[in-house]
Write a protein that binds this ligand. Structure first.
Ligand SMILES: *Cc1c(COP(=O)(O)O)cnc(C)c1O
Length: 836
């Protein structure tokens, strides 16, 4: 493998990557950003980069031409940022993540460069509407949900807060599947975001590294040198870099997202081809490329295939080789690595990096074990994203050994060292077994969470509650051994995308009310708080909400042919479909409401539209049943004239970042109703509240801190606490007694079982679970949920009360900006600069 390092440094002589641009190169004249200059450049791109005549260009050509014109401006900033990084030698933050759910990039770039108006005007000269063409950009869905979207928000916030950040991930050819709903059921279709090319990415052919798999480890002894282990992989492939610029606010800094694509060393085996084996000649190339073909559609449960482990190692090794290459080139000596680089592991997917870093330092760069281990721990930090046992990554030892024999040896050696430290500090045998990197039960398995923990100097949870639970549960014993390592870093979302870009009307209103300062410093949005009781402002605020709801209503009409009243309460739950997130609880409430509206027409029911969206992992049967049920319930309720103007249920297919950008500004009520103790943070909760939705939620994840910031009068908290959930589970209290004592709940479950929405029995599995152990506490929390929803009806009846709370929500959410999260990481974990 040392040949990989030699190879890449050789290629440097002939190719210069974007981070190596010679400072003395002549600089092009700065570009003009007025609409006339932009119009001219867009036409030039259309003509000379795309080869189309403005008179015959299609919308897609205009999108591409506009993207290229904007991209030129980004590249100017990008080269300047990279030159500054290199000149200052400031510490770089490398964010390793299996997922980056970045969505569309054009609007983000235009907004952050301050070009919104100029581009609009430039295009209108050709009768082209930016709002229409930007919808043609594919939604880059290189992630499943919250974890991937967090990585995307963090990339934007690093660029906006002045952190020299580098994202490292995988360039999946097929991102997260496209969801269609056919006969009420989820159908998964391949996603093809690269089909029309990708103008945002720059292929860096010179930035390629060899990645090995399998083979043998042999001890080499050379005269006068200590013996060393050499890994001779049986299989070697190439990782090739593709760089996407990430533009920060006001373009002050442009960082890089580097995604790796797999390629065979030899594109074709000519011997085989010439001897007539035309298919076999390509087999190896196909096998290599398959590593980066598809994103695993798994969320909060384990994807246990060999290909997945290959993907994890592939991007970890490529990223570390790149980081080491860069460091050696700039600083010459790996002992200073921790002063110049921080590597954040986003969940355990890149945890094999700990072993791979040790291998690179020891086997390839001839460092001693103790020094290598010291450097490794100083460089790495790890973010935990889940406590769900079914989601904690482990790999069978024999698979690991076969695929990564040298890394397995190193893991054993790390384990021996940790166990020594534990024994010395007096931990007993049971506790030592619990911290071991190898799970000796249920077939021997490597525990990736433990590996990430011991190889990191800082381990963080993503909300205050989650961090406390981490200390008590998954990492209880490791926390006892290393009590200074765990800390909290509550998640955040970027207010550029999640307020300014998705809600331009709100942005204009806030600007009019308190000035534009909040765009540079989101904490200034607090200035709205005083206006919550100002009737004039509140009316404008709710008028913006209504316009956003009208737009969403139009989308619902177009996509589903369901007409909904924009004056009804839009009650929204959009997120991955998972039992712990409890969409089922919400659907049961819809059914109960349907029953109650019909049997009690005398009550002043408030009109509601219940909106759902989300994808289920293809192998997750219960989650798919929940989607089916939501669609069955929607079909029956929407067709029933007796509840027409009071209740509608909508399931919008194919939830993704772009759909989220349309839904968040249009929500009145945000459903954040996970079983307490199971949602690590949530970030959807933050996007809704920033856009003035009220939250109904449990004391879970970041909801707890939202309650502190927003105030208990402005958020609707219900249900069991994490402690109460744990106690009920421990007692084995099921749901039967509760259901039998709750006529409303019982009635709703009976309607579902008896076939009001489908043939009887279709959902008996879901319902039996409630009568049985009620693992997700749906029966246990139903009554509190129902009552809280009725309290919300009362508030909705009073537009002044509702509007006041809505304004308070927007005004008090600034702390949940990912800029705040990033500044905390930079200061407490990375020791990296922020500013400028
Ligand atoms: C924010 C976001 C998520 C995370 O939502 P949660 O409600 O926190 O689970 C998932 N998917 C998309 C597309 C998002 O934008």
């Amino acid at each position: 493998m040392s040949s990989a390092v030699e190879k890449s440094s050789r290629s440097e002589a002939s190719f210069e990557g974007v981070d190596d641009v010679a400072m003395a190169a002549p600089k092009p004249a700065p570009r003009r950003n007025d609409s006339a200059a932009l119009a001219k450049e867009i036409a030039e791109k259309l003509t000379y980069a795309i080869g189309k005549d403005p008179a015959t260009a299609r919308r897609h050509d205009w999108l591409e031409a506009t993207t290229l014109a904007v991209r030129d401006r980004i590249v100017d900033h990008w080269l300047a940022s990279n030159a500054r990084n290199n000149a200052s030698g400031a510490k770089r933050v490398c964010y390793l993540s299996m997922e980056f759910l970045i969505g569309r990039l054009l609007r983000d770039a235009i907004n952050n460069l301050g070009l919104s108006e100029a581009i609009r005007d430039a295009l209108s000269a050709y009768d082209v509407e930016i709002d229409l063409i930007e919808l043609l950009e594919p939604d880059a869905a290189l992630g499943n949900g919250g974890l991937g979207r967090l990585a995307a928000c963090f990339m934007e916030s690093m660029a906006s807060t002045g952190v020299p950040g580098f994202g490292y991930g995988i360039r999946y050819v097929h991102g997260f599947f496209r969801q269609e709903v056919v006969d009420g059921q989820q159908v998964e279709l391949p996603e093809t975001w690269l089909e029309h090319g990708n103008p945002w990415e720059f292929e860096r052919r010179e930035r390629a590294f060899e990645i090995g798999f399998g083979g043998k480890v042999t001890m080499i002894e050379e005269a006068g040198k200590p013996p060393r282990q050499v890994w001779r992989p049986a299989e070697r492939i190439l990782a090739v870099a593709y760089d996407t610029p990430i533009v920060g606010w006001r373009g002050a800094r442009v960082n890089t997202l580097r995604l790796w694509s797999a390629r065979a060393l030899d594109p074709i085996l000519l011997d085989a081809f010439n001897s007539g084996d035309h298919i076999g000649a390509l087999l190896e190339a196909n096998r290599a490329q398959s590593i980066t073909q598809v994103l695993y559609p798994a969320d909060s449960h384990l994807a246990g295939q060999e290909l997945r482990l290959r993907q994890e190692f592939f991007f970890s090794s490529a990223s570390l080789q790149d980081i080491i290459r860069h460091h050696l080139k700039r600083h010459g000596d790996l002992t200073t690595l921790p002063d110049k680089v921080a590597i954040q592991l986003n969940d355990t997917h890149p945890a094999v990096s700990v072993a791979e870093m040790m291998r690179l330092l020891i086997d390839v760069h001839a460092m001693g074990w103790d020094q290598a281990w010291d450097i490794t721990k100083k460089v790495f930090s790890y973010t935990n994203h889940t406590l769900l046992p079914e989601a904690l990554e482990t790999w069978p030892v024999n698979l690991f050994e076969r695929l990564l024999p040298r890394q397995m040896q190193i893991i054993y050696a790390i384990n021996a060292q940790i166990i020594r430290e534990a024994t010395q500090s007096g931990l007993d045998g049971g506790k030592i077994a619990a911290i071991s990197l190898i799970d000796e039960g249920s077939g021997r398995r490597v525990r990736m969470g433990q590996l990430a923990f011991v190889g990191s100097h800082a381990i963080n949870g993503v909300s205050a509650l989650h961090t406390e639970l981490m200390k008590k549960t998954v990492f209880h014993n490791l926390h006892e051994l290393y009590p200074e390592r765990i800390q909290n870093k509550t998640n955040g979302v970027t207010p550029r995308r999640w307020i300014m870009e998705c809600n331009p009307d709100l942005t204009a209103l806030v600007t009019e009310a308190i000035g534009p300062g909040f765009k540079d410093d989101i904490t200034k949005i607090k200035g709205l708080d005083a206006l919550a009781t100002d009737a004039g402002f509140r009316d404008k605020f709710m008028a913006v909400k209504l316009r956003n709801k009208q737009r969403l209503a139009k989308t619902i009409e177009e996509r589903l042919a369901i007409s909904v009243d924009p004056h009804a309460m839009f009650d929204v739950q959009v997120k991955r479909i998972h039992e712990y997130k409890r969409q089922f609880l919400n659907i049961i409430e819809a059914v109960a409401l349907y029953d109650q509206i019909r049997s009690h027409p005398e009550i002043a029911w408030q009109p509601r539209v219940k909106i759902f969206a989300g994808k289920a992992a293809p192998s997750y049967a219960n989650a798919k049943q929940i989607i089916h049920l939501a669609n069955d319930v929607a079909r029956v309720i929407n067709a029933d004239p007796s509840v027409q103007n009071l209740l509608k249920v909508v399931f919008l297919p194919n939830y993704n970042v772009s759909l989220a950008e349309q839904i968040m500004p249009a929500a009145d009520l945000s459903e954040q109703i996970s079983t307490a103790g199971l949602e690590a943070s949530g970030t959807g909760n933050m996007k809704f509240a920033m856009n003035g939705a009220l939250t109904i939620g449990t004391l879970d994840g970041a909801n707890v801190e939202m309650l502190e910031h927003i105030g208990e009068d402005n958020i609707f908290i219900f249900g069991l606490t994490a402690e109460q959930v744990a106690a009920r589970r421990a007692n084995g209290q099921g749901g039967r007694e509760i259901i039998e004592n709750s006529p409303i709940l019982k009635g709703a479950l009976d309607s579902i079982s008896h076939g009001v929405f489908s043939e009887p029995g279709r959902y008996s599995n879901l319902i039996d679970n409630l009568y049985g152990n009620d693992w997700w506490m749906i029966a246990a929390d139903f009554e509190a949920y129902w009552q809280t929803q009725r309290r919300l009806d009362t508030v909705w009846q009073d537009p002044t009360a509702w509007g006041t709370k809505a304004v308070h929500n927007t005004a008090r959410m600034a702390w949940f900006s990912s800029d705040r999260s990033i500044r905390e990481y930079a200061k407490d974990i990375w020791s990296a600069p922020t500013g400028a």
